[in-house]
Ligand binder design. Structure first.
Ligand SMILES: Cc1ncc(COP(=O)(O)O)c(C=O)c1O
Length: 382
């Protein structure tokens, strides 16, 4: 049997790094994980307790395709708390992670061959999911002057049907401020380009609150998730906010593609939203880790870093140290015992000269990882 052309997507390189780190650990080495983009903490305690209670008396069958109404209402309330927005809960759709939301959004908005702009560096799966749906990802190389975020000039006259942005972004952690978001939204409106905003790292921000596209327009798709701020990666639950006329379109797709998001995860997610103290304690760890990274990475010799406004990553330009970030990451793993991600995952053009460091894990790991990186770089420069 042959495979389809559209199934020929690239592997996620960070997964290969994780595998190399695992193999090193199996061989008895102690590895510090700065490659993984997920919190070291689990789901909040209150979320786990709520699910335990529910499981004893409930068959946990299918829910409705758009998700439990209580959860959709609670998510709508979050928009009041975080952005002072009065969001109609009927526009909120619970999804199998933000990854499930991408499938729904891209299918609802685009036809075969449509061209979708994605900022580079950016989350690699946008490109691969678009390709698998027979859509055409158009990489928009973003400049450091624009905080590695796309600006309207980057996609003028590019004949796009959609633009996908992320703020805070993975891998850079940089954010779009309100004027930058407004400029993108208005350029999209003027050119009939669907605007999709990945807001998965909202809540994990340090100096200023992240701006939601919904503060600027209702004519957009906003995608979010319980994976990051709510520390629930493996639960596979996220959400999307869409314009009111699109709800029924998404509902029909969701019924057929997924039937519903995981019932158990929806119960846990609902309770997680009331675990503010635990979530803020996680934030205190990220804040301290970020402080250590911003101090320690330049000391180690990684000077050119993007301003990490949010998320838990530092993206470093290492083009003065290597022209092969994959080999450099392998060398760092081998010699320093620190797993980091080569930039090629995020930027096929310039990623050979960049690395992503994640600081999502425990502070003790960050301290040790930085110590090892400093030692490694000192040896290397001899
Ligand atoms: C920017 C971005 N969007 C989406 C995802 C996927 O997240 P989820 O677990 O919600 O599918 C990730 C995961 O790392 C991410 O970094």
């Amino acid at each position: 049997m042959r495979n389809s052309r559209r199934s020929q997507v690239d592997p996620f390189i960070v997964m290969d790094v994780m595998e190399a780190a695992r193999a090193a650990e199996e061989a008895g080495r102690d590895i510090i994980h700065m490659e993984v983009g997920q919190p070291g903490t689990g789901a909040p305690e209150g979320a786990r307790q709520a699910l335990t209670r529910q499981m004893t008396g409930d068959a946990m069958g299918y829910t409705v395709a758009l998700g439990l109404p209580e959860l959709r209402k609670r998510i709508a309330r979050l928009y009041g708390d975080w952005y002072d927005l009065d969001l109609d809960w009927n526009r909120v759709i619970v999804t199998p992670g933000s990854s499930g939301a991408f499938l729904l959004a891209f299918t609802a908005l685009f036809d075969t061959g449509d061209r979708i702009g994605i900022g580079e560096p950016g989350y690699p799966s946008y490109r691969q999911i678009l390709t698998a749906l027979d859509l055409v990802p158009v990489g928009l190389p973003a400049s450091p002057q624009n905080r590695l975020q796309p600006v309207p000039a980057d996609f003028a006259a590019m004949d796009l049907r959609g633009l996908m942005v992320a703020s805070p972004a993975n891998p850079s952690g940089t954010m779009l401020n309100k004027p930058a978001m407004e400029a993108l939204v208005s350029a999209c409106r003027d050119n009939d380009i669907a605007f999709i905003s990945d807001e998965i790292y909202h809540g994990i921000e340090y100096e200023a609150k992240a701006v939601s596209a919904l503060e600027v327009t209702d004519d957009c798709y906003v995608i979010n998730s319980f994976s990051k701020y709510f520390s629930m990666t493996g639960w596979r639950v996220g959400w999307m906010v869409v314009p009111e006329p699109h709800v029924r379109v998404i509902e029909r797709l969701a019924q057929n593609m997924f039937i519903c998001p995981s019932h158990a995860s929806q119960i846990a997610a609902l309770a997680a939203m009331d675990c503010g103290d635990e979530l803020e304690a996680n934030m205190a760890v990220y804040r301290e880790n970020r402080r250590l990274m911003l101090d320690g990475l330049p000391k180690a010799g990684f000077h050119k870093i993007a301003p990490p406004d949010g998320a838990f990553y530092v993206y470093a330009d290492v083009s003065d140290l290597t022209s092969d970030s994959r080999a450099f990451a392998a060398e760092i793993l081998e010699k320093a015992g620190v797993a980091v991600t080569p930039g090629l995952d995020f930027d096929p053009l310039r990623g050979a000269g960049t690395l992503r460091f994640s600081y999502a894990r425990a502070t003790a790991d960050i301290v040790e990882g930085l110590k090892r990186l400093e030692h490694f770089m000192a040896q290397r420069q001899r």
